[in-house]
Design a protein around this ligand. Structure first.
Ligand SMILES: CC(C)(COP(=O)(O)OP(=O)(O)OC[C@H]1O[C@@H](n2cnc3c(N)ncnc32)[C@H](O)[C@@H]1OP(=O)(O)O)[C@@H](O)C(=O)NCCC(=O)NCCS
Length: 288
């Protein structure tokens, strides 16, 4: 039964990553310890623990530039649910984000959306989570475009390209992903050497996660995704804005299934965030 006591909110530090990890495992989520360590290092965590110090709930704020912050990892153990803990943590995160003068964004699960709507969040666009085991059809890049592995020297270019195409300022996140899994970092260039897309990925608790994928066009994104999924071990998960229909058709042809989805939401206006035309896969609902 849910406790009716008002929850005491405590900061979650980077050393707590092993203590909070069971929360995302209980929910069946894909994060591993490396994800929690990155998020708690780059962002700020807040949670609730029981009398023995065991974490019962979590929430996290990840800054994506001066004006935008991602709220994620809103998790409450099954036995503490429906007691107001999730709402309390969320309100705490919102007030932290707003007092820093930023807009809050998040990707809501079906369970999370009923909490976010009454707090003023509005829907931007739906996203499908796809699961697949392997890619059998690997489409070619458009004529004149070539792909190569992205290295540390490419990181400033990736961050510069990413910002206007996604509305997010996330050089630390891109660097973390590219350096953590160099074999999953690819970029695409046109004949003049201009960057026209990139893709990153990471290993997870139960599957390899592909994303973010940011590109000038859907055929470039598709070729990067197909390439990444032949270069790494499956099974794979990828979160694709529903607007990308060619990508959806390709995923269906690979036997991919979409057991759940998310709604991208914001509290306030964040320039460029409502337009997924160059964002073909999220870094993850927890990362933006
Ligand atoms: C979503 C989650 C964090 C909610 O935590 P919680 O502590 O139970 O939330 P609250 O008690 O503050 O719920 C607030 C309100 O949201 C609504 N709500 C919460 N869970 C709901 C559900 N499963 N179905 C319908 N409405 C729900 C209710 O209106 C509820 O108020 P009420 O209990 O007075 O009716 C929790 O269910 C959870 O950890 N789920 C799994 C992980 C997840 O999906 N997280 C959200 C990521 S976006």
């Amino acid at each position: 039964m849910a406790s009716t006591e008002a929850p005491e909110i405590r900061p979650i530090g980077i050393d707590d990553c092993e203590g909070v990890w069971p929360l995302s495992i209980e929910a069946g989520w894909n994060q591993n310890l490396a994800d929690w360590r990155f998020m708690l290092g780059a962002g700020r965590g807040f949670g609730c623990a029981d009398a023995n110090g065991e974490w019962q709930a979590s929430s996290l704020i990840l800054p994506l530039g001066q004006r935008l912050a991602w709220i994620s990892m809103v998790l409450v153990t099954r036995e503490r649910r429906r007691g107001g803990v999730g709402t309390t943590l969320l309100k705490h995160c919102i007030s932290e984000v707003q007092s820093a003068g930023a807009v809050a964004g998040l990707d809501a699960t079906e369970q999370g959306r009923p909490i976010y709507l009454p707090l003023g969040f509005r829907d931007l666009y739906p996203i499908a989570r796809w699961h697949f085991d392997a890619a059998t059809d690997v489409p070619r890049l458009p004529a004149g475009v070539s792909a190569r592995p992205a290295g540390a020297a490419d990181l400033p270019r990736l961050a510069l390209y990413d910002r206007p195409h996604t509305g997010m300022e996330r050089p630390a996140l891109l660097a973390h992903l590219a350096l953590r899994q160099p074999a999953r970092a690819w970029l695409a260039e046109d004949a003049a050497g201009k960057l026209v897309g990139f893709g990153l990925g990471r290993e997870g608790r139960t599957a390899t996660s592909l994303g973010p994928i940011v590109a000038d066009s859907e055929p470039i994104a598709l070729a990067l995704i197909a390439r990444a999924s032949t270069a790494a071990p499956g099974p794979f998960i990828i979160d694709v804005p529903a607007a990308h229909s060619a990508l959806r058709k390709w995923l269906e042809a690979q036997g991919a299934v979409t057991p759940r989805g998310y709604m991208r939401m914001t509290l306030g206006e964040a320039k460029g965030l409502d337009d997924p035309s160059h964002l073909f896969a999220l870094a993850g609902p927890e990362l933006g």
